[in-house]
Design a protein around this ligand. Structure first.
Ligand code: SAM
Length: 456
């Protein structure tokens, strides 16, 4: 194992004291716990395993399985999410966010996005932004699999969100950081780390928070998090931002946490802070801070649809809508639109928002991609299979066993007799995996290429 960087070790001994610092360094050389977070909207069965105490849907697994070989993982029934980072869900408790708007500004690969999607529920709206265009595709794939149809994936720099003044109930910045909390789970993080990186990350983190601030509505919550231990990127950023925001930022009523969870609670500027050290709490190194934008007296210029802007979402034709309706469990609650070749659906109340976002940001995915019409019949997009609003009996169901399901996920051949003639919805233990079309003795496996299991 690559040794911990020397200057990191001397700094933690100094910042935390010799005993605490040494305990942290020792813990970084022990194995990481494995944890998952269930998708409550897919009815995933809770494992008989230890709960992540601060997380509504989190569980520790006794050992790390090969997730790639579990069809439920591919169906978006759960997300493999490190336990400490699930704590951001706890910070949203009691905020009444079902149907709310949440901005996840630094979102890929989507651990927290999928959690926020569950918190906001199918009627909510999560904007998941990832500046890095290589990483945004993975984010979009995870959003499709999670299947709530309530996420808009964007790829923009944080300053672009200034155009959405007062728009969000929650703004979360899970900022890029020097990654000291990953020293255990990803030993390569030890080699990538440097003191210079700490300094440059701290400057960037403050810039990100400042850029995101206008998008938060008065009374809304600001969550800042990192997976690093140093004061410069954690408390110091929270303090400097508090100074910058002045009286517009105020503390939340932070609930006391049970001591046995091992979370170190504190304050930095107006923020309540929560530190996760692997020698104290069962999870990786993590830092979260939360504060509220003052409700009264804050000036907001409400963002209105700008006049003269081109409509990005095209209306669907009547016959297209009539076909799409057939595929929805709650068609009356749906709005359909076209973007390029593909037909999409979203909750009726959200269409204007998606239009609004599309006029200002680089939206690469929003709502649920339903597919394309050929001769009046929908050829379903892979995303539709994962969607929780899909009508169960719109197609015959081909329920596969474990081995067949893995063949399907690898896009390998499948025996035709497992399928009805024509289009099928493919499931494993009731979880939708995708579509396949049988034509006589041939089965056309329609699982998306980008999601295919490779080499296993
Ligand atoms: N929230 C994610 C999750 O839970 O799965 C992890 C996010 S990761 C800690 C930080 C992300 O910020 C990275 O995906 C990175 O590409 C992105 N990022 C890098 N530089 C950025 C910048 N200047 N502004 C915004 N995001 C940036």
């Amino acid at each position: 194992m690559t040794p911990l960087p020397e200057s990191f070790v001397s700094r933690v001994l100094e910042e935390l004291g010799p005993d605490e610092g040494a305990a942290l360094c020792r813990a970084l050389d022990t194995p990481s716990p494995t944890s998952v977070r269930l998708n409550p909207d897919k009815g995933a069965k809770a494992p008989s395993a230890e709960r992540v105490p601060w997380s509504e849907w989190g569980y520790y697994l006794p050992e790390r399985p090969l997730f790639t070989l579990d069809p439920a993982f591919h169906a978006g029934a759960y997300y493999v999410q490190e336990a400490s980072s699930q704590f951001v869900g706890r910070l949203l408790r009691g905020e009444g966010l079902q149907g709310g708007r949440i901005l996840d500004l630094c979102a890929a690969p989507g651990g927290k996005t999928t959690l926020y999607a569950s918190v906001a529920g199918p009627d909510g709206c999560v904007v998941a932004n990832e500046v890095d265009r290589r990483r945004v595709q993975v984010l979009a794939d995870n959003v499709r699999k999670w299947g709530l149809g309530n996420v808009a994936v964007t790829t923009d720099t944080p300053d672009r969100f200034g155009a959405l003044e007062g728009w969000f109930d929650v703004v979360a910045a899970d900022a890029p950081c020097s990654g000291e909390g990953m020293f255990r789970k990803m030993p390569e993080a030890r080699e990538a780390w440097s003191e210079g990186e700490v300094v440059s990350c701290a400057a960037r983190q403050l810039d990100i928070l400042k850029a995101a601030w206008p998008a938060l509505k008065p009374g809304g919550l600001l969550i800042y998090s990192t997976c690093t231990f140093n004061h410069a990127e954690d408390e110091s950023v929270a303090e400097r931002f508090s100074e910058w925001a002045g009286e517009e930022l105020e503390p939340v009523d932070a609930e006391p946490l049970p001591e046995e969870w091992g979370i170190v609670a504190g304050e930095a500027g107006a923020f309540s802070t929560f530190r996760f050290f692997p020698h104290r709490a069962k999870g990786e190194g993590f830092f979260a801070a939360v504060a509220r934008k003052r409700a009264e007296g804050a000036s907001v210029r409400p963002s209105r649809p700008a006049k003269g802007r081109r409509s990005v979402l095209q209306a669907v034709e009547k016959r297209e809508a009539a076909e799409l309706v057939r595929w929805c469990a709650e068609p009356d609650r749906m709005h359909f639109y076209r973007a390029g070749e593909l037909l999409y659906g979203c909750r009726r109340g959200r269409a204007a928002e998606i239009e609004f976002l599309s006029q200002r940001l680089n939206v690469i995915y929003a709502g649920v991609a339903m597919g394309q019409l050929f001769k009046g019949v929908l050829k379903p997009d892979g995303a539709l299979a994962f969607w929780t609003g899909l009508k169960d009996d719109v197609l015959p169901v081909a329920e596969l066993d474990g081995e067949e399901a893995l063949r399907y996920l690898r896009k390998a051949d499948l025996p035709a007799d497992r399928f009805a003639e024509g289009m099928n919805r493919v499931t494993w233990q009731g979880f939708s995996l995708g579509f396949a079309k049988r034509i006589g003795n041939r089965v056309n496996n329609l699982y998306p290429n980008s999601l295919r299991i490779q080499n296993k």
